[in-house]
Design a protein around this ligand. Structure first.
Ligand SMILES: [Cu+2]
Length: 135
């Protein structure tokens, strides 16, 4: 009977030690795995968008990205001078006709934001806008 109890105790202690060691190894592996993930979320994915600006719309007019993405837009006006303004992300660009303009920003906050033309471009100027969705 005594031997059985001692045997049981060894199994319990041994098993506990085994689980402890396994957990220790596991958390170590998780730490190494989470470090690059953390770096990824800090740098963000790069989202490249080719945009056309014309009287009186942006194409595409809706952009959806993920929070933390680096959004790089190359916008080209195909008629008259336009602008691209996205105040929440400190973006204000002048788009001369026929000349691609590349600019970028980090989508560091979630929400729905309006970008718009801020260069007087004719009758429909005030309706020339689009939507940025950061999810
Ligand atoms: Cu305009």
């Amino acid at each position: 009977m005594k031997k059985l109890i001692i045997g049981l105790a060894i199994v319990i202690v041994g098993g506990g030690l085994f689980i402890f060691l396994q957990k220790g190894g596991g958390s170590g592996a998780n730490e190494t795995a989470s470090t690059p993930a953390l770096q990824n979320s800090a740098t963000g994915q790069v989202v490249e968008i080719d945009m056309t600006a014309k009287q009186w719309e942006f194409i595409p007019s809706v952009i959806t990205v993920n929070q933390g993405d680096l959004v790089r837009i190359t916008a080209t006006s195909i008629d008259v001078p336009h602008g691209f303004a996205l105040p929440e992300f400190n973006v204000s660009e002048y788009l001369p006709p026929g000349q691609p303009v590349t600019f970028e920003f980090v989508a560091d906050k979630k929400g729905t934001f309006t970008f718009f033309c801020n260069v007087a471009c004719g009758q429909g100027h005030s309706q020339m806008r689009g939507t940025l969705i950061v999810q």
